[in-house]
Design a protein around this ligand. Sequence first.
Ligand code: ZN
Length: 69
Amino acid sequence: MHADILDEAAEREQQMIEIALANRKPPQMVYTGECHYCESPIDSGHFCDADCRKDHEAMVWAASQRRVV
Ligand SMILES: [Zn+2]
């Protein structure tokens, strides 16, 4: 029986995917004068506050999960 070897290979492949996803650079964001999430006017950066950054990241992550690689 070689089931253990197959399981190990699948597990290693999953780890590789997770590492690749974790290291993937976020898409380049340009300063637009608005929060990228709620579109509130801002003086600098890309988000009006930490919550919007977090929510935006969650939204981007959720969108990436829908795509079949
Ligand atoms: Zn915002």
